[in-house]
Design a binder for this molecule. Structure first.
Ligand SMILES: C[S@@+](CC[C@H](N)C(=O)[O-])C[C@H]1O[C@@H](n2cnc3c(N)ncnc32)[C@H](O)[C@@H]1O
Length: 222
């Protein structure tokens, strides 16, 4: 029963890993290379951190719950500390048991807020702000303003926002009344990034997604 979800999450994480590798070394390689040089610690923010099957549009099966899935399988491989931003507080309290004690040690702040209300903590700078399968829950204007605030919290040297999300195959938005979300066309994503004053520095389509699902794109923005 978990076959569909496991397959999606595996191809998803592989493609995301390849995408991030364009910009950062995985920690195990970085630590090997730099050995005792004590590189500056890096920090990422995982926005909308819980994968719930059954209510989510892109998932085939209903049983699997991944609390901090992207953090555990992707971001902690590249960054020393990962903060979580999730509006459902019940999920946040279960993060530790899903992630395991070792990975959980490197989870930093857990912000219990909607993206539309989130203001990065003063002084905190992120190398990466990762937003996957969550921006469809925002209005266009909230999405723009969220990106503007995130931009101000990026590391000035190498900070990037990554948006990974479904897009429609047509030029129109698709609304999903079951989870109050919207899937945007590719052009509208680009328009929103532009309105937020962000430049698309890299764009990739997710490969090997099962037929019948929306095309998924990754955008690196700065
Ligand atoms: C489809 S899941 C994606 C989970 C994760 N990014 C992944 O790819 O595994 C959407 C997540 O976003 C959260 N969410 C929905 N609307 C949100 C909002 N406005 N602000 C913050 N989180 C939100 C949901 O509670 C859920 O955890």
């Amino acid at each position: 029963m978990l076959g569909g979800f496991t397959r999606i999450t595996s191809v998803d994480i592989k493609a995301s890993t390849r995408f991030l590798s364009k910009y950062w070394q995985p920690l195990d390689k970085r630590n090997d290379l730099l050995e005792r040089q004590q590189p500056a610690p890096t920090r990422a923010l995982d926005c909308g951190s819980v994968m719930i099957t059954g209510t989510d549009r892109m998932i085939i099966t209903r049983e699997c719950i991944g609390i901090g899935r992207v953090t555990k399988h992707l971001l902690l491989k590249f960054f020393d500390t990962v903060d979580l931003l999730e509006q459902n507080d019940k999920f946040l309290t279960e993060t530790k048991s899903y992630m395991g004690a070792e990975d959980y040690q490197r989870v930093g702040h857990q912000f219990n807020a909607g993206l539309q209300d989130f203001h990065p903590a003063p002084g905190v700078q992120y190398e990466c702000i990762w937003c996957q399968w969550v921006t469809g829950h925002l209005t266009d204007e909230d999405f723009v303003q969220f990106l503007v605030r995130c931009k101000s919290a990026l590391s000035p040297t190498d900070g990037l926002i990554v948006v990974k999300d479904n897009t429609t195959s047509s030029d129109e938005c698709d609304a999903d009344t079951t989870d109050s979300s919207v899937t945007r066309p590719h052009w509208l994503m680009l328009d929103i990034f532009k309105r937020a004053g962000l430049e698309v520095v890299c764009e990739r389509k997710q490969y090997k997604m099962p037929k019948g699902l929306y095309p998924v794109y990754m955008f690196a923005l700065k």
